[in-house]
Design a binder for this molecule. Structure first.
Ligand code: DLL
Length: 413
């Protein structure tokens, strides 16, 4: 498989000028809808003198107010909801940092949009009506499971709604039902790879947590598949905001007819042009990535793989380090995908520990490479294979903070 026809060529291959007109028209509609209420986003627009949609343009979008996760928390649970309650058909969200949930209400129209962008993502990965999609993203409030589910139904493929965990049963069904598409987090794909032999799977659509190209190659090698990246967040819709296709050269096609992207100081900012339950104007995602021009059959703008989240960036003696940069070095040298970064904050000068699994004595070599590539001294701990925790459900924890007491994993000192 090298290229897949778009699911909706009229939209995905649209003339970019015409798309920009459509986006601007949708932006103005959104601004009108926000102004029609007295909630936070409408009030902030009025404060800067915007009185109707035609006051704004895409060229001047950067002048409009942004909105953050803190705003969602401050108006928890549904203070920013725009549609009337009778139009809300479901709620999704994430448990989020510090256990504070972010809840997002969806209208039937929002679920339609979600199914559409997810169908595009799956189609771009080569899935068809004949595909069997093994969906091991968690079903529930988390958007992974039901997002893939809606998209798979829209595509008229066969979805196996496995959800996360119970690895033995997953392996059994993969062997019995012979899916061609696997959807789950990249860390769970690695967990499955430990128990799966040769399989029918041809392509994986992996996301919800940061992973590097080095990790991609390791997954591809272990499972004998193509591994594609899918990005999204509950606030914007869930998975399907952007996704790689077989021919997108490592970049993710953004569903920008629905989710208009910008970057502000490296941070991705999205405007939901068409959502009605809880639309967001210039939502600051906290995610760090770059935007790229279209190329190939799809004319959508693209984004890079995520470098990480702003709040995951480690500052070690003045040097900024993203956990993904450490992952890249670890995999380059050891091809050991199981690792844990520990930020040791027990003393005033923070220190980084990197725990990896290997049967070889690679500690010194790895410390040297990390110092060379990142400019930071790390204490490397080589543990026996199997000693680091595996992720069976939810998102992988690659970074632990150690402020007092026992080390987050045995074998650190
Ligand atoms: O993780 C939606 C999703 C489900 C995406 C399944 C892809 C696949 P939340 O739980 O709200 O939604 O978490 C969103 O996860 O802001 C990123 O920091 C991170 N994230 C999502 N996809 C990726 C990715 C879902 N492909 C947060 N690479 C986002 C890196 C990702 N990080």
């Amino acid at each position: 498989m090298t290229a897949a026809e778009p699911f909706d060529p009229k939209i995905e291959c649209m003339d970019p000028e015409a798309r920009r007109e459509l986006q601007e028209q949708r932006l103005r509609g959104l601004v009108d809808r926000l102004l029609g209420t007295d909630n936070l986003q409408g009030a902030r627009l009025r404060q800067i003198g915007v009185t109707r949609g035609t006051d704004v343009s895409l060229d001047e979008l950067h002048l409009l107010p942004t909105i953050t996760k803190q705003d969602l928390w401050d108006h928890y649970p549904f203070g920013l909801q725009l549609a009337p309650q009778e139009e809300i058909v479901c709620v999704h969200g994430s448990s989020g940092t510090g256990g504070r949930p972010t809840l997002i209400p969806y209208t039937a129209g929002d679920v339609e949009i979600w199914a559409e962008v997810m169908a595009r993502a799956l189609r771009g990965a080569g899935a068809t009506e004949r595909s069997v999609i093994h969906n091991a993203y968690g079903y529930g409030l988390f958007t992974g499971g039901l997002g893939v589910h809606h998209g798979g139904l829209r595509l008229k493929a066969t979805v196996i709604p496995m959800s996360g965990g119970m690895t033995e049963r997953q392996v059994r069904l993969i062997n019995d039902l012979r899916p061609d598409v696997l959807c789950c987090t990249p860390s769970y794909a690695l967990r499955l790879a430990e128990d799966l032999g040769e399989t029918s799977i041809q392509v994986g659509v992996f996301g919800a947590e940061p992973w590097t190209d080095e990790m991609r190659h390791e997954i591809e090698r272990r499972l004998g598949i193509r591994a594609l990246d899918i990005y999204g967040l509950s606030e914007v819709i869930g998975p399907g905001v952007a996704c790689e296709s077989l021919d997108s050269e490592g970049l993710l096609n953004i569903a920008e007819d629905h989710f208009y992207p910008e970057t502000v100081d490296g941070e991705l900012v999205f405007t939901t042009l068409t959502k009605t339950g809880l639309p967001l104007l210039r939502y600051r995602t906290g995610d760090v990535a770059t935007l790229h021009e279209p190329a190939g059959q799809r004319t959508l703008r693209r984004m890079s793989k995520l470098k990480g989240r702003k709040d995951d960036m480690l500052v070690i003696r003045g040097v900024n380090v993203f956990p993904t940069e450490i992952e890249a070095v670890v995999l380059d040298l050891t091809s050991s995908p199981h690792y844990l970064i520990v930020e040791d904050r027990r003393t005033t000068t923070a220190q980084l520990h990197v725990a990896v699994e290997s049967t070889l004595d690679v500690g010194e070599l790895l410390a040297g490479k990390l110092k060379e590539r990142l400019g930071v001294t790390c204490r490397v701990h080589v543990l026996e294979p199997g000693k680091l925790p595996r992720t069976e459900v939810g998102k992988a924890q690659r970074l632990a903070r150690w402020s007092q007491g026992q080390a987050p994993v045995d074998g650190l000192s």
